[in-house]
Design a protein around this ligand. Structure first.
Ligand code: IMP
Ligand code: MG
Length: 177
């Protein structure tokens, strides 16, 4: 069986991504001055970005992780999301910042933010490294956005194609030979 070979071309270099994360960390540190911040990192893709971002935040930070997946085979029609791994800690009365790798249709985050809102955080905001606004189906308010990108399938910095390429230190576009 012949498999198509993937070619990865750089969309955002390591330097560009690191610079932007530094800026976002500074912005978030200013906005949350005098408060503690509870980062909710979305597994698995959000982890690389969350860690780099956390290192650039100067207010006290705590971290928790959550894993979600779409119900059934067809994400597109159902729009229903399942919590695969829930948070370890309560978010009640905490200033929560959800950290995601990419917002595509917006379905995952739309659902997740509703769930988290119901748990009584002091505040709830959303931070994403990448945003594909052209693909949006459900409206999601993004409070912090690293980059707006075109409607292309990207990998690296936590993002995968068939579980590969998460460890690339840059954002690349996948093309097939
Ligand atoms: P949404 O619910 O459609 O916004 O789905 C967002 C999720 O789809 C992200 O958390 C990623 O796991 C995945 N995803 C969307 N676009 C890409 C991409 O270009 N590369 C890798 N994963 C993607
Ligand atoms: Mg994800």
């Amino acid at each position: 069986m012949s498999e198509k070979k993937e070619i990865i071309s750089v969309l955002l270099s390591e330097e560009e991504v690191d610079k932007r994360i530094r800026e976002m960390g500074e912005q978030i540190s200013r906005d949350y001055e005098g408060k503690s911040l509870h980062l909710v990192s979305i597994l698995r893709g959000g982890v690389f970005f969350s860690c780099e971002l956390a290192k650039r935040i100067t207010v006290p930070v705590s971290l928790d992780f959550m894993s979600v997946s779409s119900y059934g085979m067809d994400t597109k029609s159902s729009g229903v999301v399942k919590v695969v791994k829930d948070l370890d800690d309560s978010i009640r009365d905490k200033h929560v910042l959800v950290v995601e790798d990419i917002i595509d249709s917006g379905r995952t985050l739309n659902y997740l933010l509703e769930v988290l809102k119901g748990r009584g955080p002091a505040s709830l905001k959303l931070c994403t490294m990448l945003d594909k606004p052209d693909r949006r189906v459900v409206d999601v308010k993004v409070d912090y956005r690293g980059f707006e990108i075109p409607d292309k399938f990207v990998v690296g910095y936590g993002l995968d194609y068939a579980q590969k390429y998460r460890n690339l230190p840059y954002i690349g576009v996948v093309e097939f030979e």
